[in-house]
Design a protein around this ligand. Structure first.
Ligand code: AHR
Length: 627
């Protein structure tokens, strides 16, 4: 392959080619990125999921019962747990085994719980082994409770030793003799380890850091089906996700479990701020997954809601919603350039879903947002590639979940598309030949899938004057409860299981070498797919490539010549190769990483060319650094 790259004639890119979508799927939010350790901390319920005692157990024979008191903790949190002595005496209480375990280390845990009832004495809060009963750390919390009011108790707990495993629980006990009628009511029992960037109510450190490490700069949120909701009366309403935790009712998650609303809009915005991510904020567009559609004459309140949401994000602290954001701890407005209307409106309730989107839902949102915020780029939740019209001045959103072959087909898909698009969700999900969602997904993302993704990403970068960026989804997956195997990061309570999928390595490599401009390059494609560009901030010339199914699996020799790079110049070539079996994956339980990274320093020959060869099923980046 002889590739000559011109030094001009390309296009400026968005600068934000890589990022991710977040929604709570596979416990990527509650029990995942959201650092709360207590599962079912407030016995929340919804039209779909009743309150339960899931995750809670009795200490010393205490009788636990869910109650809807006439004085609930708040209108949002109506159900609490009564802890009664029954036949027991002495210390009684309840414990929670977390999201399938709790990581206990010698660090400061921040906790709180609300109590109603008369109690004189101390509460005891502790982190305990489920296996041996060993108490790793405990703290006495002096009671401030009163008979008729809910009173919050806060504490810090520092274990004196690291627990040997994550098979641990958090317990609260009290002396039943000190409780006036032998019982107390509890609600909103919360425990956080230190969080990413020390944010209150923040993100789990290892998960946030492994995301940050793939160099994302684009963040679409709140995402996916979670935004839409199962029915129109239950969608991800941003207003339920802000403010004190006691005022967040929780949400009937669309992926089979109740959500807490703990990872709310402000938490998402702060995460974006902490990671330096450009936001694409999605607003609800009047369509739910069951095909419920909000009629035109009932849509205006939701448009007002979207405008309020934008004001909450971008308004000064003097504006109505900006003042609320300031009250909740963030006086500075956030920058917001992109707003997407809905999620996959072409899919739910087809064909009426899209018809009503075209007819009135999208135009009404577009007009209102353009009028109020002319600098915001509105994005449609559909794509011209799916056969849908995107009215000016909107951009489109294209989602692709496919086989490696499908992903390779993305390579030139956008070459002749003039309307800018976000690739709002992308991942290889099925092996070639597979289509089924039930059983058709491999157990973990696999190397051949990651190669397909590389070809698609190269295709998007070729067109990155019109492709705003490509977002991986779903991005995080619990190993204890998951709906999609697709992920960049898999985790469990034990941080040793936080592992990167094969896709993480490919996206990290490409996202770590950003073009500000593409550059025209001459040569054929297939089996090598490539793109070249320049980063005008660093002065580097960059080449990205993958080889997909070369003839008989042969290496592809490359001679790469950049106009502007002279003989003797050096470049770093990074090549990712996978296991012999392209279906190999990174198994979190063995810790084996099947991706091999090889870095070589190359020197341009007398003709100014870099010579190297790329193995079949490899991914490569050559970066000259400042020239
Ligand atoms: O990423 C999983 C789901 O796939 C998203 O929720 C939805 O937008 C898409 O269909």
């Amino acid at each position: 392959l002889n590739i000559s790259v011109s030094s001009d004639g390309g296009n400026a890119t968005s600068g934000h080619q890589y990022g991710f979508l977040h929604e709570d799927i596979s416990n990527s939010g509650d029990g995942g990125l959201y650092a709360e350790l207590i599962r079912n901390r407030a016995f929340q319920s919804s039209y779909r999921y009743p309150s339960t005692l899931e995750g809670w157990y009795s200490v010393n024979g205490a009788v636990l019962s869910l109650q809807n008191l006439s004085t609930p903790l708040s209108s949002a949190l109506q159900t609490s747990v009564n802890v009664a002595a029954g036949d027991a005496d002495g210390a009684i209480g309840l414990y929670n085994d977390g999201y399938w375990g709790m990581d206990v280390k010698q660090k400061t845990y921040t906790g709180s719980f609300w109590v109603k009832g008369s109690y004189s004495g101390d509460f005891n809060a502790s982190l305990v082994s489920n296996i041996t009963g060993e108490v790793f750390g405990s703290v006495a919390v002096a009671s401030q409770s009163t008979p008729d009011e809910w009173v919050e108790h806060t504490f810090e707990l520092v274990p004196s030793v690291d627990a040997p495993s994550s098979n641990n629980s958090f317990a609260i006990t009290f002396d039943s003799a000190g409780a006036e009628d032998g019982s107390l009511d509890f609600n909103l029992i919360s425990l956080f380890p230190p969080t990413y960037k020390n944010r209150a109510n923040g993100a789990r450190v290892d998960l946030a850091e492994v995301l940050e490490a793939f160099h994302p700069t684009f963040f679409r949120v709140p995402g996916g089906n979670m935004l839409e909701g199962l029915v129109n009366s239950s969608y991800w309403d941003w207003k339920n996700s802000i403010g004190p935790l006691k005022d967040r009712p929780g949400y009937a998650g669309v992926w089979g479990y109740q959500q807490t609303n703990g990872l709310g809009l402000l938490e998402y915005l702060e995460l974006a701020e902490d990671m330096g991510l450009e936001l694409v904020v999605a607003v609800w567009a009047g369509l739910a997954l069951n095909g419920d559609i909000t009629p035109q004459d009932e849509l205006q309140p939701f448009i007002d809601d979207a405008l309020n949401q934008i004001e909450f994000i971008t308004g000064s602290a003097d504006s109505t919603w900006g003042a609320i954001r300031a009250e909740y701890g963030h006086p500075e407005p956030f920058t917001l350039k992109y707003v997407e209307i809905g999620n996959e409106d072409w899919l739910a309730g087809a064909p009426e879903g899209w018809e009503t989107y075209q007819e009135y839902r999208f135009p009404m949102f577009l007009q209102a947002i353009n009028d109020a915020y002319p600098d915001i780029q509105v994005i449609s939740s559909g794509s011209v590639l799916d056969g849908y019209d995107i009215p000016a001045p909107a951009d489109g959103d294209y989602h692709i979940y496919g086989t490696p072959d499908d992903m390779v087909d993305q390579f030139d898909l956008f070459d002749n598309i003039t309307i800018p698009h976000l690739i709002g969700e992308a991942a290889a999900v099925h092996p070639n030949g597979g289509t089924a969602w039930d059983g058709g997904l491999l157990q973990y993302p696999w190397w051949g899938g990651a190669i397909g993704e590389a070809a698609s990403l190269i295709g998007y970068e070729r067109n990155s004057d019109r492709i705003l960026g490509a977002l991986y989804a779903p991005i995080i997956r619990s190993l204890d409860r998951w709906q999609w195997a697709t992920t960049m990061v898999q985790f469990a309570a034990d941080p040793a299981l936080t592992t990167k999928s094969t896709s993480w390595f490919v996206w990290e490599l490409f996202a770590g070498h950003i073009f500000t401009h593409t550059l025209p390059a001459t040569s054929d494609f297939n089996p090598a797919y490539y793109v070249a560009g320049k980063n005008e901030d660093t002065g580097a010339y960059i080449f990205k490539a993958t080889v997909y199914n070369s003839t008989e699996g042969a290496d592809v020799p490359v001679t790469l010549n950049f106009e502007g790079v002279s003989a003797g110049a050096t470049a770093e070539l990074t090549v990712l190769t996978g296991p012999e079996d392209p279906y190999g994956w990174n198994d979190p339980f063995t810790g084996v990483n099947v991706v091999t990274t090889t870095k070589t320093t190359l020197t341009a020959d007398d003709a100014g060319a870099f010579e190297f060869s790329l193995p079949n099923l490899s991914v490569a980046v050559l970066d000259t650094g400042a020239v």
